[in-house]
Design a binder for this molecule. Structure first.
Ligand SMILES: [Zn+2]
Length: 256
């Protein structure tokens, strides 16, 4: 009788352990689903919808406010940075890294008169940024965004017609992958662009898209970007988007 009792006791212990494991697993799943803010059916439909928030031209005095909002929503973004060796700038790169965001290239100086005179000048400027990022932060990346995008028309003023074609061809030879965007928030046009305009450009632009690469800016004067960000994130979540950073394996969005 004692023997049988012990056996039941063992069985009882095993059942308890199993129930605990199953309980944890279920709870983990449920927590994940709640985190998305989606009902299970919406979550299934949303599978594969990915938004890439990209911030150009930083770091700036808006970097930390932007990072704080991203933290609040547990979202990672991609920063196409320039060189900003000020104390504020250095802190900006450190925080981007510490909080798990992606850093990619956007030229050292962003000065069209220099970068767009020739492919050599362009890649000299990129090399300066790469050295700066490697030396100070051990950042190495071959992902880049051209200032103004790959189809900007201002570059012709400095490098003649066909300058972007030449730079694009050279970028491929040198092993870079460039990213344009398929949603322009228009926040970079001027600080006068309203929060409403920035928000609705993104929310409306994302409708019907599977992959949304969203152009935003991290610039001192562009406070409206920061104010618009929570509404943009909530709106995209409501449309079923999840968020990711741009990395080596991400399929590039490029203007045709
Ligand atoms: Zn830029």
């Amino acid at each position: 009788m004692g023997e049988r009792k012990r056996r039941y006791k063992h069985l009882f212990v095993v059942v308890i352990i199993l129930l605990t494991v199953v309980g944890f697993a279920t709870e983990g799943y449920a927590a994940g689903a709640v985190d998305d803010g989606l009902l299970p059916e919406e979550a299934r439909e949303a599978e594969g919808k990915v938004a890439y928030l990209t911030f150009d031209d930083g770091p700036s005095s808006n970097t930390i406010p932007i990072l704080d909002i991203l933290d609040e929503y547990k979202i990672k973004a991609t920063f196409f940075v320039m060189a900003n060796p000020s104390e504020e700038g250095m802190q900006g790169y450190r925080e981007m890294m510490k909080r798990g965001h992606a850093i990619a290239l956007h030229t050292y100086s962003h000065d069209y008169r220099k970068i767009y005179t020739s492919p050599d000048q362009f890649f000299h400027n990129i090399a300066q940024l790469e050295t700066f990022l490697q030396k100070n932060f051990s950042i190495r990346t071959k992902i880049l965004r051209f200032p103004g995008g790959s189809r900007n028309s201002s570059s012709k003023l400095y490098g003649g017609p066909g300058i972007m074609r030449k730079i694009i061809d050279e970028s491929k030879k040198r092993g870079y992958t460039y990213f344009d965007w398929n949603i322009d928030s228009t926040d970079g046009i001027s600080p006068a662009i309203s929060v409403y305009t920035i928000t609705s450009k993104v929310i409306n632009g994302a409708k019907g898209k599977e992959k949304a690469v969203i152009l935003l800016h991290d610039i001192n004067a562009m406070d409206h970007t920061v104010t618009a960000l929570p509404t943009i994130i909530k709106g995209l979540k409501k449309q079923g988007f999840s968020f990711d950073v741009i990395h080596e394996g991400t399929q590039a969005v490029q203007f045709k």
